[in-house]
Design a protein around this ligand. Structure first.
Ligand SMILES: Nc1ncnc2c1ncn2[C@@H]1O[C@H](COP(=O)(O)OP(=O)(O)OP(=O)(O)O)[C@@H](O)[C@H]1O
Ligand SMILES: [Mg+2]
Length: 267
């Protein structure tokens, strides 16, 4: 990217989408085995949604792509380069929307978005301003530019994190729970943004989500991670008809309102 970058819309056309491959990926923290022999190929321009119970290893898997975690064995390949190699992060524009936002609390919302553009000298402040305001407007955050993260609701911070990822004009977008904390209308807007980034700019998206509607509506393929194992990878339609009881129980959890849960204290 240079100072000739397109101001609007996002993502310069000359940037091809990138693929991601997991090859026999294993990850352990001490004795805790988190990821077990993950083999998966995500195509350039694909929207891949990763679902699975809490603690199953979804965030750890995403962190391997951006090099925040290193494999215990196996490897992750981004655009033909090892994700653990810092040069990969120089060559491929990846943006990650972290589960908890990961905003800089001492910077205003505007400066949180402008930081990356200023650090990479993406042009004059007027150009940066246009990009930042465009991203804020897409996420309905125009009024928040001068506020600080602590002054926003959880859902607003989540949207700021997405806006900040957008200004990077990524080839590869990684989202960790992008719709948690959002109301249903805003959640639908985020699904639309993810889909249009692919349709219009061929951005590859890997989305970790518990949001069944999002997964089934925008994914090309859905993977289900359980206890560190990728137990199935399929289209949303195939997933819905998958007879595996682990899949059906996950997608259609039963609620037992009468199950005893609390021990009665002795008088
Ligand atoms: N840096 C770390 N050191 C030790 N254990 C870790 C570390 N990061 C994650 N873990 C453990 O790895 C397991 C998987 O964590 P991960 O954050 O990937 O879960 P998750 O599937 O994203 O869950 P959730 O849906 O709740 O976000 C958990 O048992 C967690 O405690
Ligand atoms: Mg997580």
């Amino acid at each position: 990217m240079n100072s000739d970058f397109t101001l609007n819309p996002f993502t310069a056309e000359e940037s091809p989408a990138v693929g991601v491959t997991f090859e026999k990926l294993n990850k352990q923290f001490g004795d805790l085995v988190v990821l077990k022999n993950i083999n998966l190929q995500i195509s350039p321009g694909e929207i891949f949604v990763l679902m699975g119970p809490s603690g199953s290893g979804k965030s750890v898997l995403l962190k391997h792509i951006v090099g925040l975690e290193a494999p215990t064995s196996g490897r992750v390949v981004v655009d033909c380069q090892d994700a653990a190699d810092p040069e990969t992060r120089e060559d491929v524009r990846m943006a990650m929307v972290f589960q908890a936002g990961a905003l800089f609390n001492s910077l205003s919302i505007y400066d949180n978005l402008a930081l990356y553009l200023r650090e990479h000298r993406f042009g004059q402040e007027s150009h940066i301003r246009e990009k930042v305001m465009h991203a804020l407007q897409i996420l309905s955050l125009e009024a928040t530019g001068s506020k600080f993260p602590a002054e926003l609701s959880g859902g607003m911070r989540k949207r700021v994190a997405i806006a900040r990822a957008l200004v990077m004009e990524p080839q590869l977008m990684l989202y960790d729970e992008p719709t948690s904390e959002l109301d249903p209308i805003m959640a639908a807007t985020i699904s639309e943004i993810i889909a249009s980034l692919r349709h219009e700019y061929h951005v590859t998206s890997i989305v970790v989500s518990h949001d069944r509607d999002l997964a089934l509506s925008i994914a090309d393929r859905v993977g289900l991670l359980m206890d560190g194992n990728l137990i199935t990878v399929s289209t949303p339609a195939e997933l819905k008809t998958n007879p595996d009881v682990r899949v059906t129980d996950f997608l259609n959890p039963k609620i037992d309102l009468h199950k005893p849960r609390f021990k009665k204290l002795e008088a």
